[in-house]
Design a protein around this ligand. Structure first.
Ligand code: ATP
Length: 243
């Protein structure tokens, strides 16, 4: 582990209405180093999805700074952020979001076909094959997603997230649609991918799965809880009445 793949400083996100400002994130600073595996946990509403959306360039912070793979992405425009997102971020969601009309191989190839970089047919085939191998699904390339189990579909979604060789894999409740046996298998797979060098940041509400990560972050009321801090130690009261 060496370079920060993700570095955020004093990140805040405020959702404002006429009546109230909600601090979904308040002064969050963190580094995710190359090769790290970070879990983000905490109670419902603590800011986990907001943090992952900002890290994934799907949303922008209200204030603070964010460097993704060394690039200052705090103040970039929408089109540049879409480009950087495609190149640097692999997403895995609770829903597998596969396209039923396409084969497994074509689903995995999608990020390469939509990339601004031009990939040759041979390179796409090689990368798809490599990613199928990484998730143990080499013998399913020609299947359609609806011919696969939920656990297998999540493996394909992970392969698709890896195919553009992103700087970071952002994973949101990857076991949410799976029974515990398949959920455990997906967690094993993420552990193997990390051992092979993939940098992972995963949101999970399940403490058992948070334990798979090397670094565990707990959020409470939009703030990172330091080790030993109790429910009252992280400075609650984050809902302020707008002026
Ligand atoms: N678009 C929005 N407008 C207003 N408030 C929002 C919006 N999105 C999130 N919030 C608020 O920000 C806070 C953090 O929400 P977030 O969805 O990040 O929490 P979470 O930890 O992911 O919750 P869960 O585990 O239930 O998914 C919550 O208080 C939520 O109500």
């Amino acid at each position: 582990m060496s370079n920060p793949k993700i570095k955020v400083e004093n990140l805040s996100k405020v959702f404002s209405t006429e009546e109230v400002d909600t601090y979904a994130l308040a002064d969050v600073s963190l580094n995710i180093l190359e090769g790290d595996y970070v879990s983000v946990s905490g109670p419902s509403g603590c800011g986990k999805s907001t943090l992952l959306s900002i890290l994934g360039l799907l949303d922008t912070p209200t204030s603070g700074q964010y460097w993704l793979d060394g690039i200052d992405v705090s103040k970039i425009g929408l089109s540049q952020s879409a480009e950087i997102r495609c190149e640097k971020i692999g997403f895995v969601f609770q829903q597998f979001n596969l396209i039923d009309e396409l084969s497994v191989a074509d689903n995995i190839a999608l990020p390469l076909r939509y990339s601004r970089k031009k990939y040759s047919r041979d390179e796409i085939l090689a990368r798809v094959h490599d990613c199928l191998g990484k998730v143990g699904m080499q013998n399913r390339a020609g299947h359609k997603p609806n011919q696969l189990s939920g656990g297998q579909q999540q493996r394909i979604a992970i392969a698709r997230a890896l195919v553009a060789q992103p700087a970071v894999l952002l994973v949101d409740e990857p076991t949410g649609n799976l029974d515990s046996r398949n959920g455990d298998a997906i967690m094993e797979l993420l552990g193997q991918l990390n051992a092979a060098g993939t940098t992972i940041c995963m949101v999970t509400h399940d403490p058992r799965y948070a334990n798979f990560a090397r670094t565990q972050i707990n959020l409470l009321d939009g703030k990172i809880q330091l080790p030993g801090e109790g429910a009252h130690g992280a400075g609650g009261g984050l809902q302020g009445v707008a002026a």
